[in-house]
Design a protein around this ligand. Structure first.
Ligand SMILES: Cc1ncc(COP(=O)(O)O)c(C=O)c1O
Length: 353
């Protein structure tokens, strides 16, 4: 008998073949969130958790390592970075794929699971005392000195190396523009190094002739919102957030060149971000971390400020797997004063001790 099912099967999309891990980075889907129907504007979220290393930071990792190669890194060399999160994971993957050693410095206050993940990806991990950036013992400065002490080693310097931002000018921004056929009325996301927001903003502002409205979203505890609102005159410090990987105490070199392009900024309270994290799971089936939830809150706010039918884009930076033992623990939520922020009907998801 002829296998008719096979004969009739026509895949809607044939993915390109990637010859390596690094070639598989990017080209992530843009998901139209259901909340769009409620607000009469389209909120699109770029599914960066679908990158092969699991986050948006795979893109930056690839670009800063290729930048190191252009600066003379030779086969078998060492990549060194200060990072407590997704950048380290992205770097560790790309280093294995390209045959480099990977050394990561991070504050010793970070969860052991983060160190374990990096070690099992082949990285050498140095947990060091958590001190402020202006202290020479800060993990970033230690990473820099380590690279200077070795032959054929590069400190990739994700915060101030604009190869990070370039990855989004050359890949994430163009992907968004192409996915929506050039109809992008608004873009928003939060910043850690600033690479994602700045690179996408630079690309969208340029290609749209300044038409795309670009709004930076900031968590509590970050100075960037106050810097933007006061045009650099009034930097407000203090506060903290449950989100990890975003929020900044200074204006990085990745953000600096694009500051003048920013139309506005929003400060998003943790209560709204945590509620959105649970709502995304319940209403959309999307399981993402706190920064992605914050981004969606900001995207809805931006969309509501634009004409009906507008397309607004934001970023789903990573999935919730790394954070689930806290985010879905009633005890943890209570300790952070966030339990009351979860609506009654969503509490069933807070099923961990
Ligand atoms: C989960 C998550 N979201 C957002 C960001 C911020 O991205 P960027 O450093 O490009 O500003 C990071 C950075 O590490 C991250 O890990």
């Amino acid at each position: 008998m002829r296998p008719t099912l096979i004969k009739l099967f026509k895949p809607p999309f044939v993915p390109l073949v990637a010859n390596s891990f690094t070639e598989a980075i990017g080209n992530t889907p843009l998901i139209r969130l259901k909340v769009s129907d409620k607000i009469g504007r389209n909120v699109y979220a770029k599914a960066e958790f679908m990158n092969p290393g699991g986050s948006i930071k795979d893109r930056a990792a690839k670009y800063v390592i290729e930048d190191a190669e252009r600066k003379g890194l030779q086969p078998g060399g060492t990549i060194i970075e200060g990072t407590a999160g997704n950048t380290g994971i992205g770097l560790a993957h790309v280093c294995r794929s390209k045959g480099y050693k990977c050394v990561i410095y991070m504050p010793n206050t970070q969860a052991k699971s983060k160190m374990d993940t990096l070690r099992l990806l082949g990285a050498e991990v140095h947990p060091v005392p958590a001190v402020a950036y202006d202290n020479p013992e800060n993990y970033n400065h230690k990473a820099k000195r380590h690279a200077e002490s070795l032959e054929n080693a590069v400190w990739t310097n994700q915060f101030d190396n604009i190869a990070n931002r370039q990855s989004h000018i050359e890949t994430t921004g163009p992907e968004i523009w192409a996915q929506l056929n050039g109809k992008v009325a608004g873009f928003t996301c939060s910043t850690g190094t600033g690479g994602t927001f700045a690179g996408i903003t630079r690309y969208l502002k340029t290609i749209s002739n300044n038409e795309t409205k670009c709004v930076l979203a900031d968590p509590p505890g970050s100075v960037v919102h106050s810097y933007i609102q006061s045009k650099g005159k009034d930097i407000v410090r203090g506060g903290s957030s449950f989100t990890e990987g975003i929020g900044q105490g200074r204006i990085t070199e990745n953000l600096k060149p694009d500051l003048e392009l920013i139309d506005d900024s929003y400060k998003i309270p943790d209560e709204e971000s945590i509620e959105m994290l649970y709502r995304l799971l319940d209403e959309e089936g999307i399981y993402v971390g706190g920064t992605s939830a914050l981004n969606v809150v900001a995207a809805i706010k931006l969309a509501e400020s634009l004409p009906e039918g507008s397309n607004v884009v934001t970023i789903l930076a990573d999935s919730c797997h790394k954070y689930s033992d806290r985010i879905f623990s009633k005890k943890w939520l209570e300790s952070k004063g966030l339990l009351q922020a979860i609506p009654e009907h969503l509490l069933k998801y807070a099923s961990l001790e």
